[in-house]
Design a protein around this ligand. Sequence first.
Ligand code: ADP
Length: 642
Amino acid sequence: MQNKKETHAFKTEVQQVLNLIVNSLYSNKDIFLRELISNASDAIDKLRFKSQTDAKLLGDDTEFKIKIRPDGIARTLEVSDNGIGMTHEEVLENIGTIAKSGTAAFLEALEQARDGLAPELIGQFGVGFYSVFMVADKVTLITKAAGSDKAVKWESAGDGTFTIEETEKEGRGTTIILHLKKRQPDEPDYTDPWVIRRIVKQYSDFVAYPIVMDVEKEEPLPDEQIIKDKDGKPIGETTRRVIRQETLNSMKAIWSKPRDEVSEQEYEEFYKHLAHDWNPPLAHLHLKFEGTTEYDALLYIPSKAPFDLFQADRRHGIQLYCRRVFIMEDCKELMPEYLRFVKGVVDAPDLNLNVSREILQQDRLVINIRKNLVKKLLDFLAQMEPEKYETFWKQFGAVLKEGIYTDSLRKEKLAALARFRTTKSGDKWISLDDYLKNMPSDQKAIYYITGDDLASLINSPYLERLKAKDYEVLLMTDPVDEWVVQALTEYEGKPLKSAEKGDLELDREQKEASEQYKALFAFIKSQLADKVKDVRASVRLEDSVACLAGDEQDMSAYMEKILKASGQAAPSVKRVLELNVRHRLIEGINALYENDRNNEKLKQYTQLLYDMALIAEGGKIDNPSRFSRLVGDLMASALDHS
Ligand code: ADP
């Protein structure tokens, strides 16, 4: 069926990336080998995992290895593995596209960074394989999926197209043949065994499978093969050149080494291998537990959030090992969702090697390790130096906050880790503890407001009274904040209160005012019966005339927006029209009303008050042209009187 040679075009974004790579946006070309070795090692990991339930897959090829074969004369470099291999469909899916989840985001980033895409960006999209085009002008990939009897050959010169056809291959796995470019004067020779040894040592020493290379060695001839004269002196050769397989990496699992034997450089390279990230990590945490729950863990916090952090199907970052034997990647059971950005390795010697995911969830040991890891990670974050922590928070805060409503046991601890912008913070981030420290003595609650735009929140009319009283307000702009405030009703004994809902309990005067304006408010309410559920004297306005507020238990405007944006039916709640009884305008309208309850102007003013409240919160009014006509008329009559 697929024995014809097919030619395909690369997806546009792949070609864009290729161009960037080839025109050497990345100056360290050596890393192409690291990328190939990482892929090979992943492919073996995957096969091992699959073979736990399907032992036949391995056949008699049970010695996993990654083989490098340089050829200085043909100028080729081959990297092969006996891992899981790929089917025809998998080749099409994996090589020639960019990891699907990130594509849209990637294109956007590409678009924004037209002149000079930072190399760090590339690493985040799973485009590692394409780095081969930094050093090769043609690449051939031959692969045979474990359990399949068909092999596939993929070939490309990185010029916009690739070919794919059926081929023959002995044994499963993938072989990648790089046809190296003409060597630049200042470039290492990637067919030189010494160069290969150096690169493997530097970037891939810890890879768990042997990385081997055939090398020619000179060794002494066995005595009986040496020709000697009658005095026993050798005549002719005493040595011979032989091909020996050399293992280039130590395979030392760095997580099981004592901490003081691992250099920063090694920690960093291991992270890059593990996470397929080209950026160094922000921090690492190397843990060793002894006692009833024994395990080693090496955890990393990346320095940049991946683009798919909020996608439901994204992979988790923890690999599970048992006595240095890989068990599974993507081990969700070891890390709660709100720590899904953590990458690393957990090695638990007492684990049952044949665990399935289903069993894992109930495994006491796994549950204990998870509890332990979460505690250590949260303590680690709490002790991080402030500047670093802020970097962390900007990248991952929105994820960590999810824990406030999903992990009720650690709610307080997570709330203490949270950072906020406030009406007083400027461009700093403050903690709830800072907030409490700075609170005036008469302030009884922690005030917050939610919305998607910081600038409009700062200027929100809801905050006028609070600002006048010098109370600080948390400005919450992440969608998750809506859930955070539902779970976090108080902190250190102080209630959290929304500035846009309910009674702010600032002072009592509004109660009395309500009495005085009772009749007018009833009239306005009757006029706006289909839009608002009540009309009251405002507890939050200082300078503005009107706003729309919710009752304590009502959904916030931002929540309504989030639900609607995600396609969920949000009940449209009627809100309360709050009027500022300290404002001259309300006094004036009241006087007009008491004078002549049938004055036509009253209806117009009512409509205007409502529209003004909507505009102030950035909402859309029903009839903008009527609004501007009314305002125009009013301005004209004001001018008449001036
Ligand atoms: P990443 O490894 O970051 O996902 P790559 O571009 O390096 O991105 O590889 C794309 C995909 O191609 C991999 O996710 C994997 O599915 C597949 N792949 C690459 N190399 C191999 C290999 N040696 N064996 C099997 N599959 C491979």
